[in-house]
Design a protein around this ligand. Structure first.
Ligand SMILES: C[S@@+](CC[C@H](N)C(=O)[O-])C[C@H]1O[C@@H](n2cnc3c(N)ncnc32)[C@H](O)[C@@H]1O
Length: 225
């Protein structure tokens, strides 16, 4: 995980507040305290007899080591997993297809959007892409440049942006920092944004996140999937 020095954090915070956005409200999510990303993945593997798993961003294998499946690949340029590369380099050279891709690499909008679009290209027909850290509760947790240790990044923007497309069916499950759920199906609820994505702020997310992200509970998820 990236180390942040104290001085850089202060500079980034001042910069963000002065030039990007200042907004103090905080969201209280209903994340269950007994259901996590590994439980969701286990549920899907069992239900659909999935055999091939790809994880982008593995860190210390907190998740990767818990995923029990026939074939698994973990991509991280620095630690964990099985492949020491960036996600961009991996996707450029990859020819394999996967049942589940879990995206948890560089938590910056443009990179997450690229990781999602590359992942849906290498999904098996009934496959699914999951994206971690989609639901930040405060401005600091999603600020880029980063100024907090506990950080989701602006992953949420990639979900909001892609919710405007016709050919991806996207939800966000309200568990474990918010997990984006993406399949290669017709979008049954296309998002119409009245602000260009490059102008969207955390304040907009705060007031509209349920619609923007198409938030569902774990029980609703299990009714759909
Ligand atoms: C939040 S951690 C992953 C945590 C892990 N997936 C889990 O569930 O606990 C993010 C990881 O992404 C990795 N990372 C950073 N940039 C990346 C990139 N361009 N491609 C793939 N992984 C990247 C970092 O090295 C770090 O280990």
């Amino acid at each position: 995980m990236e180390k942040l020095n104290k001085f850089q954090k202060i500079i980034n915070r001042i910069y963000y507040n002065l030039f990007i956005e200042k907004f103090n409200k905080k969201i209280n999510y209903n994340f269950p305290d007994n259901y996590f990303r590994w439980d969701l993945i286990k549920y899907l593997i069992k239900k659909y007899n999935y055999t091939n798993y790809l994880e982008i961003g593995c860190d210390k294998d907190q998740l990767f080591s818990k995923v029990k499946i026939q074939n698994k690949i973990g991509v991280d340029p620095f630690s964990g997993g099985t492949v020491r590369k960036t996600s961009d380099k991996f996707f450029l050279e990859n020819n394999e297809k996967f049942d589940i891709v879990f995206i948890d690499g560089l938590h910056i909008y443009s990179q997450v959007k690229k990781d999602i679009l590359n992942s849906v290209q290498c999904l098996k027909p009934n496959g699914i892409v999951l994206v971690h850290d989609c639901m930040p509760d405060s401005i600091g947790k999603q600020a880029v440049p980063r100024y907090k240790m506990q950080w989701n990044g602006d992953v949420w923007k990639a979900i909001v942006d892609l919710r405007q497309k016709n050919n991806l069916e996207i939800y966000t499950c309200e568990i474990d920092q918010g997990i984006g759920i993406i399949t290669n199906k017709k979008n049954s609820s296309v998002l119409k944004l009245d602000i260009p994505i490059n102008k969207i702020k955390f304040k907009d997310y705060y007031y509209n996140y349920k619609e923007y992200m198409r938030v569902i509970s774990i029980n609703e998820f299990k009714e759909i999937f």
